[in-house]
Ligand binder design. Structure first.
Ligand SMILES: [Zn+2]
Length: 248
């Protein structure tokens, strides 16, 4: 994580400092193991969180980044609870995309019930498109880039995944990366208020969801994604002869 912007193959853009861990850490770990450069951009520092402080959360994010083997962990410093697709937010993200030149973005789905998540998705989609237009934000003197593809992490059973990534080998590391956000999740000795995500059952639900999506493709754990554009398949035999589950 040096001074010069590193080129990233994959950039995950999520609203709060633990969202990428909860949603796509298995995929990020897998991509890193395949040799890709991976990064996470958090839109906010999570200052609206019921538990923890921004200082504690920043430290926890860096520890989680270390566990996820990220090449970069970035933060746009947008106001937590007030993430909007403003000109300022779009331009900040366009600059970041042009600096790191990711080929693929991972982000939330536009129907996410948390407005910060839904707006993060909208900002990511708009910034991806705007970053290709040479005349947009000319004053930054950055070059336009080829538009990155966008994969939306799914939370809802009502959206059918475009594909599910087999993350069977990365469940333990994903759960460790989530637990690095120690102020947010279950800790018996904590005297902070109990929240939905700090309840004792929450992390079990996260793991069980991974197991469920894995079962849909006949493996031990999976993370589901939706891609809005039609997929361009080169070799349908290679694609369709991978393990699947006809009862999915
Ligand atoms: Zn969030």
């Amino acid at each position: 994580m040096g001074d010069l912007p590193i080129e990233l193959d994959v950039l995950a853009i999520f609203a709060h400092p633990d969202d990428a861990e909860l949603s796509v850490a298995g995929t990020l770990l897998k991509l890193k193991s395949l040799g890709y450069h991976t990064g996470v951009c958090d839109m906010t520092r999570g200052e609206m969180g019921t538990r923890g402080t921004t200082e504690i959360r920043a430290k926890e994010s860096l520890e989680a980044a270390r566990i996820m083997n990220l090449d970069a962990r970035l933060n746009l410093g947008q106001p937590d609870g007030h993430v909007w697709p403003t000109e300022e937010a779009r331009t900040a993200l366009v600059r970041l995309i042009r600096s790191h030149r990711p080929k693929v973005l991972l982000t939330t789905h536009w129907n996410d019930p948390h407005p910060d998540h839904a707006n993060t998705c909208q900002i990511a989609r708009e910034a991806a498109r705007l970053s290709t237009m040479a005349r947009y934000d000319e004053e930054s003197e950055q070059n336009a880039v080829r538009m990155p593809a966008i994969m939306h992490s799914l939370f809802s059973r009502r959206v059918v995944p475009s594909f599910i990534i087999d993350v069977s080998d990365f469940v333990d590391e994903k759960m460790r990366a989530i637990r690095a956000h120690a102020s947010q999740f279950y800790k018996p000795e904590s005297s902070e208020p109990i929240t939905r995500i700090s309840d004792v059952g929450f992390l079990d639900q996260i793991e069980l969801r991974m197991r469920y999506f894995g079962s849909l493709i006949g493996v031990k754990a999976g993370e589901p994604f939706y891609v809005r554009e039609a997929l361009n398949v080169d070799d349908p035999v290679a694609l369709l002869s991978r393990p699947m589950n006809i009862y999915s």
